[in-house]
Design a protein around this ligand. Structure first.
Ligand code: AKG
Ligand code: FE2
Length: 214
């Protein structure tokens, strides 16, 4: 697994960036800026879809950090006995995931059951993250997902994470709380991230504990 901070550029630690192929950095720059444009369109449409001002989300994500996690999952004959990536939800706002060599492996949990995602070749899969769930006061829900292993084929995926500012306090935005009921406790983004790096991946636990009783 290779995780790179791609934006802002001064957050890059180039010691960990592959030097071969020579075009690597340029390709990542292009990919990151194209996926950013797409993510901003999605933020805009999502806000509009629930009657909120697009700027409410765009202003929070436009110039914020982005990270790219590339994962290589080798095949395993006993694929049903191993797990590629444990169940979790992504912490940031929105993730755009690409199954690079078109081998399927992503599953999402819905109503207690796991479903395989059969995305067309080259499609980007948009995953809502916990931060967007809280900011939108639950209008958009982060999705619990995991990666399973293929018995015969290797699999490579690339997830581009769109994060909010690390100085922000995550709490439901007024634009999304027009019915007056705040459904989540606030948490500083740094505290939220600290939990991620100090706890095991465990489904949607981190966001569930922030839910206020209704
Ligand atoms: O490899 C995959 O399909 C999932 C990757 C993922 O969920 C992640 O990096 O957060
Ligand atoms: Fe994920």
């Amino acid at each position: 697994m290779l995780y790179l901070h791609v934006h802002p550029s001064d957050s890059r630690d180039l010691r960990f960036w592959p030097t071969s192929p020579a075009s690597f950095r340029q390709s990542i720059d292009a990919y990151s800026s194209e996926t950013k444009s797409l993510a901003l369109c999605l933020f805009e449409f999502m806000a509009k879809a629930v009657g909120a001002k697009p700027e409410s989300l765009l202003d929070l994500f436009e110039e914020q950090p982005r990270g790219l996690r590339m994962a290589y999952y080798p095949p395993c004959r006993q694929a049903d006995k191993v797990m590629g990536l444990s169940p979790h939800s992504d912490a940031g706002g929105l993730t755009l995931l690409l199954e690079i060599n078109n081998v399927q492996g992503l599953q999402i949990k819905k109503d207690g059951k796991w479903f395989s995602i059969d995305a067309p070749n080259g499609a980007l899969i948009a995953n809502i993250g916990d931060t967007l769930e809280i900011l939108s006061n639950g209008k958009f829900r982060s999705v619990e997902h995991r990666a399973v292993i293929n018995p015969n084929k290797e699999r490579i995926s690339a997830a581009l994470f769109h994060y909010p500012s690390e100085n922000m306090v995550i709490s439901p935005l007024p634009e999304f709380v027009k019915d007056g009921k705040v459904k989540y406790r606030s948490i500083s983004y740094l505290d939220f991230m600290k939990q991620i790096f100090t706890q095991q991946l465990d489904g949607k636990n981190r966001v569930e504990v922030l839910k206020l009783d209704q």
